[in-house]
Design a protein around this ligand. Sequence first.
Ligand SMILES: [Zn+2]
Length: 459
Amino acid sequence: MNSFFSKVTLFLVAAVLVISSIGVSPASAATPFKDVPANDAQITYLYERNLISGISTTQFGPDYSVTREQAATMIGRSLKLNGTKRTTKFPDVSPSSYSSGYIQSAVEKGFISGYPDGSFRPKQPMTRGEMAHMISRAFNFTQTSAVFFKDIKVDNDPTSLYSATNKLATAGITAGTGGGYYTPDKTLIRQEFAMFLARALEPKFRVLFQNATIDKLYSTTDNLNVRSGPSTSYNILGKIHTNNEVQVYGYSGNWVYGKSGSLTGYFSLSYLAKATAQPSRVMVIDAGHGGSDPGAVANGLREKDVNLDVSLRVERMLKAKGINVLMVRRTDVFYSLDYRAAYGVKNGADAFVSIHANAASAGVSGSETFYSASVANDSKQLATFIQNRLYKAMEHTNRGVKEYDYRVIAANPLPAALVELGFLTNSGDAAKLATWTYKERAASAIAEGIEDYYEWKER
Ligand SMILES: [Zn+2]
């Protein structure tokens, strides 16, 4: 393709974008575009009102960038401004260009001011940041609220980028680009422009802006005030206590805007700190039996192998949750029950879970979890949190949480539970415990039950 033809093509794309199909109203609610969902309400809304058209008869071109003159023209048309081509205040906008009338009208309405050097740069792609300025002024969005974007510096300047994006978010025109970002320097694409414009014109399309949590801090004092604004002159909405968690939405000078429990407001940064006293979590996983002791053997499975396999999966999953794990055994080796029972205390752990598989007559099926009441601690809760997840994950009978003084838990000073995954002597249970899927499911249930336990314990 020669360069002359490229330029002509580009020009046509630009022209089609802003020249509507005059006098023809669409027969149905659907647009003719193949590259956007047929039921896209916002694009349909704009298309039906002749405020946008495609880059061809069947293509909307959602990922194409929007130039500054295209944006000015589309906003000008949607506000029914005077689009008569004429001389503008900008030397780089030709009076004969299709956009000149709308650009000059926008100058007169005060929503376009151009660059400090006096130019407008009509062919330059518009950024999301520039769009925030243009839309907030053009549609007179003036209200602000507690809006924070990770990538936009908070200030008190009514003409700043922060102020413009705050007004858009407060008005429900944007929810950001996800994860607490607005991405102001990104080139605006037609899909985004259509969303901005449709929401500006039609309140039913607007979205509820929600701040993202960007940090977690903890109160270092008791009765820390939560205020309605970022200074001590604002009302007190409530108080939080030492070590209460604050989900941080944004920072404003020496103040944090965020949420703690049911309270949302401003907290003085002087009384908040990063977590330093997070309780540690150190769990012992004991794969039952091993070495010369195979445990139950039935339906082609040896208990010691199943126990170790599931235990190693639990170890991996607990580590992924940030829980420290001590493994009594990681290979096919035998240890005595007393060695296992003493292992956790000796090595600084705070709880213990022994993993087993069961044996009985062939008709008996299901999972159960044991605790010992001989040591007064949280063993029953640990067993319950695990069992409540395990039998569902295994999709079999819930035989419940039971008290029994198995030595490995009864002689154990730590909160301790003994899990029976299922019955190797039952062909259905055994078939499940032979598969990757059910071993993974069982391990995941145990790891999540352990996490439930720590969350309950630390609450
Ligand atoms: Zn066993």
